[in-house]
Design a protein around this ligand. Structure first.
Ligand code: AMP
Ligand code: TRP
Length: 344
């Protein structure tokens, strides 16, 4: 059913990713996604959007949605994305995403979507009351990626299944329409210590916007006192830190805090333990709070400053959308021709 793997994609390498404008960004979003975008923009043609089409798969107040979109744009810029390098834009401003999503709805199989764990988590017990959009959400995500023929997608580990689906859709489209190598088989960029940041209250649960406890996450807009206080209260165990990474096994909270330190300070867990092995959390937590404050407080301050000038943010989003359309429009035109639509 899928494409001949010997026929490989020949086009340019491109990076694409997006974050939904649905709630405050936290440390997991920063380390799993935003920080990686900033590093990649220097090496690849980069497209970073605000996923407003995805956000409305659950109810969003129409009076707040545009402001939430600017807030994510401000977080991108404050984290270090350069709008001269990366195209930064709202997903809904490039209509080719939704057009390609429809075509992909007719390529993807129900059985593939039935396996998606995020739908099961988000829909909860009453799946008959979830929007149809929530179900087909990963198909839109595949369209986001492939409408730019993106070859690399930086995301946190929770998106792995959606990236696998994207490859399946690309392979089936190329095969069914006899268009070998038309869409690339996109590589996820997930590795690194920031890929799965856990809750500060429970080392087995992901740090998440939807966790009811504010103490579970550090938000990008938290001030220095809030950051230090959340780290001070973070759950730990009574043992000192181990000398080697193997000693973190079975200690999820310790493992998470060492991983956060490493991701913030650009060091491996082994390097962090070389400094802190044998020391207790009474020593480690204040040091962690210091690096977290040093990295995050300037980002929060810059975000606040950018949000005072919404017109400037809108200019950046509009020019990003122009650049995005210049790439996406020819791809959707060619896709429609391949499908055989009238006039295409
Ligand atoms: P979301 O908040 O679900 O829109 O996620 C935006 C980006 O942040 C995606 O690439 C996620 O994979 C990533 N992300 C969300 N939560 C975490 C986490 N706890 N650890 C690492 N990455 C995360
Ligand atoms: N589903 C992603 C999330 O919840 C957001 C997203 C939408 C995305 N489209 C994408 C990420 C395309 C990467 C590529 O975080």
């Amino acid at each position: 059913m899928t494409e001949d793997p010997t026929v490989t994609y020949q086009g340019p390498e491109r990076v694409l990713s997006g974050v939904q404008p649905s709630g405050d960004l936290h440390l997991g979003n920063y380390l799993g996604a935003l920080k990686k975008f900033v590093d990649l923009q220097h090496r690849y043609e980069t497209f970073i959007f605000v996923a407003d089409l995805h956000a409305i798969t659950v109810w969003q107040d129409p009076k707040l949605l545009a402001a939430q979109t600017r807030e994510i744009a401000a977080a991108y810029l404050a984290s270090g994305l350069d709008p001269q390098k990366a195209a930064i834009f709202p997903q809904s401003a490039v209509t080719a995403h939704a057009e390609l999503a429809w075509i992909f709805n007719c390529v993807a199989r129900l059985g593939w979507l039935d396996r998606m764990t995020q739908f099961k988590d988000k829909a909860g017990k009453h799946k008959e009351r979830a929007s149809v959009g929530l179900y087909t959400y990963p198909v839109l995500q595949a369209a986001d990626i492939l409408v730019y023929k993106a070859t690399h997608v930086p995301v946190g580990e929770d998106q792995k299944q959606h990236l696998e689906l994207t490859r399946d859709i690309a392979g089936k489209f190329n095969h069914d329409f006899d268009a070998p190598g038309f869409f690339p088989l996109t590589e996820p960029l997930i590795q690194g210590p920031g890929a799965r940041i856990m809750s500060l209250r429970d080392g087995q649960a992901k740090m998440s916007k939807s966790d009811p406890s504010e103490q579970s996450r550090i938000n990008l807009l938290d001030d220095a006192d809030a950051i230090a206080q959340k780290i001070r209260r973070a759950k730990t165990d009574p043992e000192p830190l181990p000398e080697a990474v193997e000693g973190l096994a079975g200690r999820p909270e310790a493992d998470n805090l060492v991983g956060i330190y490493g991701a913030l300070a650009n060091r491996t867990k082994a390097e962090v333990l070389a400094d802190f092995g044998g020391k207790g959390f009474g020593v480690f937590k204040p040091a962690l709070a210091d690096v977290a404050v040093e990295v995050l407080v300037p980002i929060g301050q810059r975000m606040r400053q950018l949000l005072t000038d919404p017109a400037e943010l809108d200019r950046i989003l509009e020019s990003g959308a122009d650049r995005a359309r210049a790439v996406a429009d020819p791809v959707i035109a060619e896709t429609k021709r391949i499908v055989g639509f009238w006039g295409a």
